[in-house]
Design a protein around this ligand. Structure first.
Ligand code: S3P
Length: 178
C-alpha cells in the first residue's frame, strides 16, 4: 500500500491513532496541520486571523498536490476540513487508502471543549457549531473515504487494530495500486 490517509472531524483522534498506526506498521507519519504550521512558521489560529480561512484552504490544497510526488509508506493525518473541497477529495484518494474515522457529537464535544487551537470552533455556542459543521461535512467525508470506522467506545489502540483489519480486507477485495 502506498499510504494510509486518516480523515474525519476535529477531535476524532486522527493524529493519536495515526501516530500509533505508523509506529506499529513501521510506516512514516505526517500530520498536514503540523506540516503547514512548520512551513508557515506560525500556528493555525494566527494563519486564520491574519489571512483568513480561504488562504489556509489554499495551503492545504497546495500541500496535497506536493504530497502526490513524494509521499510513500506514510500514515497521513488530515486536517478536518480538507475533504470539503472536491479537488482535495480526489487528491486524497489518489494518495492511498482513505479511512474515515467517526465519533458521536458528544464524544467530539468532550474532546474539543476549551480548545483555542481550532478557529473553526470559535464562537458562542460550541455544540451548535459542531452539530452544524458535522452535518455539513458528513457527505464529503463519505465521498472521500474508501473505509469507514466508528471510534466511539474504542481506545486509540483498538481503533488502530480495526483499521489494520479493515484495510487488509479492503486491499484483498480491491487489489488496486493504492
Ligand atoms: C479544521 C481542522 C483542524 C485544522 C484547522 C481547520 C477544520 O485540524 O486543520 O483548525 O476545518 O475542521 P484537526 O481536524 O486536526 O483538528
Amino acid at each position: 500500500m502506498k499510504n494510509l490517509i486518516l480523515i474525519g472531524f476535529m477531535g476524532v483522534g486522527k493524529t493519536t491513532v495515526g501516530r500509533l498506526l505508523a509506529k506499529e506498521k513501521g510506516m512514516l507519519f505526517l500530520d498536514t496541520d503540523d506540516r503547514i504550521v512548520s512551513e508557515q512558521g506560525t500556528d493555525i489560529p494566527d494563519i486564520f486571523s491574519r489571512y483568513g480561512e480561504p488562504y489556509f484552504r489554499d495551503l492545504e490544497t497546495e500541500l496535497l498536490k506536493r504530497m502526490q510526488e513524494d509521499t510513500k509508506n506514510t500514515v497521513v493525518s488530515v486536517g478536518g476540513g480538507m475533504p470539503v473541497r472536491e479537488e482535495n477529495r480526489m487528491l486524497l484518494r489518489s494518495l492511498g487508502c482513505v479511512v474515515y474515522l467517526t465519533a458521536a457529537k458528544q464524544t467530539i464535544l468532550r474532546r474539543v471543549h476549551n480548545d483555542g487551537s481550532r478557529p473553526m470552533l470559535n464562537g458562542e455556542d460550541l455544540a451548535e457549531k459542531v452539530e452544524q459543521l458535522m452535518s455539513a461535512r458528513e457527505h464529503f467525508y463519505r465521498q472521500a473515504a474508501h473505509i469507514y470506522i466508528r471510534t466511539d467506545g474504542r481506545s486509540a489502540r483498538q481503533v488502530m487494530q480495526v483499521i489494520g483489519q479493515e484495510t487488509r480486507r479492503f486491499m484483498a477485495e480491491r487489489p488496486v495500486s493504492l
